[in-house]
Design a protein around this ligand. Structure first.
Ligand SMILES: O=C(O)c1ccccc1N[C@@H]1O[C@H](COP(=O)(O)O)[C@@H](O)[C@H]1O
Length: 215
């Protein structure tokens, strides 16, 4: 049993999906602000959805290389608990965003080979949380949410100075193995609980939570 595992369900676009994630026991829900993604939500939609999120479930805004104007618009309208930076933001930009908005910041770091591992330490110095996820292919349209895992052995036994989440291609079938190999205490996923791109499935969310906890 892994009853204390914390799960983030990302890319929620409607009230039913928010309810399903909360009912299943998600610790975080994510709203994607990236128009190229099938999970993109308009700011007004996210603002309405955020009001449906029960107290105790953290609301996370995912952005990709957002400028201050986009972040101002999001943070003015949507009650948030965390910002997730999922582009090529530098450590300096991460620190700037953290200072400007006064919200905890989680930075996604893409991993494909051992050469990518030192990047994690660079960001650990400036973030509140790390999101360690699969590095997208060069031709990928999305910098995340591609449903592709990385070689978990690359981070097996490693620890960082801040809390971290594992992401990238997690599914009902592989999450227990991913947790066992990496020692992750938090996991994040998007496509693994969808019936089609951008459409969350309540049954898959519940089954994923059970698989993550080892019920
Ligand atoms: O979900 C998206 O559409 C998305 C778009 C742009 C950047 C990141 C995105 N999602 C994040 O990627 C990870 C992994 O997703 P998946 O489980 O492999 O589909 C996910 O946890 C989101 O935080």
């Amino acid at each position: 049993m892994r009853a204390d595992i914390r799960v983030k369900i990302c890319g929620l676009r409607d009230a039913a999906a928010v309810q399903a994630a909360a009912d299943a026991g998600a610790a975080y829900v994510g709203f994607v602000f990236f128009p190229k993604s099938p999970r993109h939500v308009e700011i007004a939609t996210a603002a309405a959805l955020a009001k449906e999120v029960p107290v105790g479930v953290a609301k996370v805004a995912l952005v990709v290389n957002a400028d201050n104007a986009q972040l101002d618009a999001i943070t003015d309208a949507v009650p948030l608990d965390m910002l997730q930076l999922h582009g090529s933001e530098t450590p300096a930009r991460v620190a700037e965003v953290k200072a400007r908005y006064g919200l905890p910041v989680m930075k996604a770091v893409g991993i494909a080979t051992a050469a990518d591992i030192p990047q994690i330490d660079r960001y650990a110095a400036v973030v509140d949380q790390l999101l360690i996820e699969a590095k997208p292919e060069k031709a990928a349209v999305l910098p995340g949410g591609n449903g592709v895992p990385f070689d978990w052995q690359l981070i097996s036994g490693r620890r960082w100075t801040v809390p971290w989440m594992l992401a990238g291609g997690l599914t009902i079938e592989n999450v227990a193995d991913a947790i066992r190999q990496t020692g992750a205490r938090q996991v994040d996923l998007s496509s693994g609980v969808e019936s089609s791109p951008g459409v969350k499935d309540a049954g898959l969310i519940a089954r994923f939570m059970a698989a993550a906890r080892g019920d």
